[in-house]
Write a new protein. Structure first.
Length: 175
């Protein structure tokens, strides 16, 4: 699959087969995450891989969708605020770094025929409790991982003309 095909093939999978994910594929997905760039290469993230039934079910308290907590694997992407690069004006790159890590992971999963979904709309406290997370880790994105059980949906996206402004050298406004 070339890159153009890959980014078209990825979609948010909200139905997973019960089929387990091979350990080698999990390793490849995690390796893609490891190779992601981060600001100043500080790598302020930790990934928690959950395969056991009891913990996945406990995560229902954080995000109560059966397609999520029944997925064969759940990866919790955490940021470590104290390790992130912070710009002089106070802007922390923590969430940017974790987003790039998650995107690497998700695209590698797609290339391996696996489905994923970004999940940000969860309750953090039940995640902390289910995983006994140390205080320095902040759960930012939950990622179910498994073989897709449904069909891709067509992509609905705005037109490039709405999203991109070609900066004109004449005039003083970007937009
Ligand atoms: C940062 C982020 C958070 C998201 N959170 C959720 C979520 O909590 N639950 C969910 O079902 N989908 C979530 N999504 C998936 C988006 O709804 C989805 O990516 C978008 O509608 C485009 O569809 P596609 O991924 O199938 O191309 C999230 C996506 C991103 C990038």
């Amino acid at each position: 699959m070339d890159f153009r095909e890959l980014i078209r093939a990825r979609y948010s999978v909200r139905k997973y087969l019960e089929k387990p994910v091979e350990e080698e594929k999990i390793e490849l997905v995690l390796e893609a995450a490891r190779l992601a760039p981060t600001a100043v290469n500080y790598q302020p993230f930790r990934l928690i891989v959950i395969e056991d039934d009891a913990t996945r079910k406990a995560l229902a308290r954080a995000y109560n969708r059966s397609w999520f907590y029944n997925a064969p694997v759940i990866i919790v992407a955490c940021g470590v605020p104290g390790e992130a690069w912070v710009r002089a004006d106070g802007f922390s790159c923590l969430e940017v770094d974790v987003a790039i890590v998650v995107d690497h992971l998700i695209l590698q999963a797609t290339e391996l025929g696996l489905g994923t979904c970004w999940i940000a709309d969860f309750k953090p406290d039940p995640v902390r409790e289910a995983l006994a997370l140390p205080a320095e880790l902040v759960p930012l994105i939950l990622i179910p991982l498994g073989y897709p059980g449904g069909q891709p949906r067509p992509k609905k996206r705005r037109q490039l003309t709405e999203l991109v402004y070609r900066h004109e050298t004449k005039g003083d406004r970007a937009i």
